[in-house]
Design a protein around this ligand. Structure first.
Ligand code: 0O2
Length: 257
């Protein structure tokens, strides 16, 4: 495809779309600023998630977040969605209608962590929660499970504040395994998945949910054993040159074990 904008074009010349060079330059600047605002919003939210992750590790002695992946939708995929949904082709309409241009997927160890993390994000004062879809409590008919949040993040630019939407998907490793395989199958069969495979996928989703419950109950049992063994213990606390001997339970909330 030939580039629309060429260096040899003068201000008075028009592209094949009837736009002058100045208009094309302006369009290019607007588009770049538009896409950049999503990247900046993701940077902000990624930092927030990293802070929560480190704090959680410090307080609870384990890391509830297995991994975090973020992406800005490609312009091609944004345009596909505009045509598929019949939205207006303007930046303001795209911003208003497409809430998943920026997306973050967080994989947690346990279901309990998903809700804890979601509550922590939802209670941050500078984030506005626009939508919550709980596909864990109410899985999709095909078996899909995840917690989806649409959050609005203020991005402080040089001359203005942009409120930018981000779709956050929070799921367990088992849910993520299921969703990525289902996504591959869906595309392999060009969205016409045979009925037998659909049923098997649904069964696999139920099995994945059972595995999540089982792993969580093992984890809870292990934590209870760990707490019980510590509760008989005392810890030595040194403040300046003085050493204090205190029950472990009293110090636990303040300790990085
Ligand atoms: P991609 O490539 O992951 O971005 P909408 O977003 O408005 O088109 P909807 O149904 O209102 O549609 O949004 P919803 O339910 O919040 O789902 C949006 C995203 O969740 C999808 O984005 C997928 O990432 C994921 N998702 C939802 N349902 C399924 C499912 O059945 N299987 C799998 N594997 N993923 C799902 P995109 O834009 O479809 O794709």
């Amino acid at each position: 495809m030939k580039p629309v904008l060429t260096n040899s074009m003068t201000n008075s010349e028009e592209s094949k779309h009837g736009l002058g060079l100045a208009q094309i330059k302006q369009l290019k600047t607007e588009l770049t600023r538009f896409m950049m605002s999503y990247k900046f919003a993701l940077d902000e939210l990624n930092t927030k998630i990293d802070i929560l992750k480190q704090e959680f590790q410090y307080i609870h002695d384990y890391n509830p977040i297995e991994h975090v992946k973020s992406r800005v939708k490609s312009p091609e995929s944004i345009l596909n969605k505009v045509y598929r949904k019949g939205y207006d082709l303007s930046l303001s309409a795209i911003k208003k209608n497409i809430k998943d241009i920026a997306g973050i997927r967080i994989t947690c160890s346990f279901i309990k962590d998903i809700y804890e993390l979601s509550n922590m994000l939802q209670s941050q004062q500078d984030l506005e929660v626009l939508e919550v879809k709980d596909y864990i409590e109410n899985p999709k008919p095909n078996g899909y499970q995840s917690l989806h949040l649409i959050l609005q993040v203020p991005v402080f630019m040089s001359d203005r504040v942009e409120n930018v939407c981000i779709e956050v998907q929070i799921r367990t490793i088992a849910m993520d395994f299921w969703a990525s395989l289902e996504h591959k199958i869906y595309y392999k069969y060009n969205k016409a998945v045979p009925e037998r495979l659909k049923n098997e996928l649904k069964e696999a989703a139920v099995t994945a949910a059972q595995l999540d419950k089982k792993m969580e109950s093992i984890h809870q049992e292990m934590s209870a054993i760990k707490d019980a063994s510590h509760s008989h213990n005392v810890e030595k606390l040194q403040i300046n040159d003085e050493t204090f001997t205190l029950p472990y339970d009293l110090l636990k909330p303040f300790m990085n074990k």
